[in-house]
Each structure stands twice: as C-alpha cells, then as structure tokens.
Design a binder for this molecule. Structure first.
Ligand SMILES: [Fe+2]
Ligand SMILES: [Fe+2]
Length: 181
C-alpha cells in the first residue's frame, strides 16, 4: 500500500517535469542492459526518495527529486561510436549539468547532485546529503541494471502509460518537444 503511495506521488511529480524537459529523449537511449536512461533516472529518483524517507533524513525533497531526475541529463546515447562520447563516465556529469542549466533554474543542491554523482570517478565529492544519497543510489541502481533484465517493472509501467507515443516501446519515442521553462 505504502509502495503504491510512493509510486503515485512520484508519478504526479514526474509528469510535469517530463513535459517541460527533454527527459523523454532518455527513453530512446540505453543506460545499462535493457534499462533506458530515463528509466534509470526515474529509478535513482525513486530509491533516493525511499531511502531518504526510510532513514528519516532531513533533506530538500524537491531538490533531491529534481536533481536525481536530471542527474544523467546528457541527452545522447553513450553507446554510439561518436568520438565525443569517449570516456563517457568521466565527462557526462558535466554535460548533464550544462543541459540542465540550459533548461532549468537549478538550486545549489540540484547542481551539486548532478555535478558530483560520478564521484569517485570524478574527483570532486558531493557536498550535500542529497547529493551523497544520489551518488550512492546511482551506484546500486547501475549495478542492478547491469546484472539483470526487465528491471523496475512498476517504473516501466509508469513510463509506459505516460509515454507520448503510447503503445510504442521504449526506444521509439524520438522526442521533438520544445522545452518550456
Ligand atoms: Fe551518470
Ligand atoms: Fe546515473
């Protein structure tokens, strides 16, 4: 029951952000295994919020939500053999931050979450507890996605019922939507 409540709240909060961003582009690019970038971002958000709640952490919930949703907002398929995608692990946090700044007025905590989620691969550590949380959850989700298929069935269903081209599976949703700040 509680799971439903958390999911329902996440869905209500995620839809406006999906609408006014380029996040759906991440539905066309794989992150790990058969998990798309968008599904990965949603999962990192979901488990970061769950963990913050379970640990009763005092945190800026809105910034945690937005920072986690945008932490991999790099907007390309890192598997494409494009020279600019080389060393993706080292550079994509910076690219995600640049894109997120272009589309949103970010809080300091949101910037921290996005910029430092790849610590320790990127040398600068997260400063806020929200960014530490996302950094840790990101590692756990990435490992899970690398090892398993058909990940996060509830979150897949959430995306499936809200996908602009509903009926088409992930990977066929080339987004041309404008971003409205
Ligand atoms: Fe990342
Ligand atoms: Fe990530």
């Amino acid at each position: 029951m509680k799971k439903q409540t958390t999911l329902a709240r996440l869905e209500a909060e995620a839809l406006p952000l999906l609408e006014k961003s380029r996040l759906w582009q991440g539905d066309d690019a794989m992150q790990h295994g058969d998990t798309t970038v968008l599904l990965h971002c949603l999962a990192v958000t979901y488990f970061s919020l769950k963990l913050a709640g379970a640990l009763r952490l005092r945190c800026d919930r809105k910034s945690l939500f937005r920072g986690a949703m945008l932490h991999d907002y790099f907007l390309y398929d890192w598997h494409d053999p494009d020279p600019s995608h080389r060393l993706h692990g080292f550079h994509h946090a910076e690219k995600a931050l640049r894109n997120a700044r272009a589309d949103f007025a970010l809080t300091e905590t949101e910037e921290d979450i996005i910029a430092h989620h790849m610590f320790p691969l990127n040398a600068v550590p997260p400063r806020s507890r929200e960014a530490v949380l996302v950094c840790l959850v990101d590692k756990g989700c990435s490992l899970y996605e690398t090892l398993f298929r058909r990940t996060y069935p509830d979150l897949r269903a959430l995306l499936g019922r809200n996908r602009p081209n509903r009926g088409k599976p992930a990977g066929q949703n080339i987004s041309t939507q404008e971003v409205h700040k």
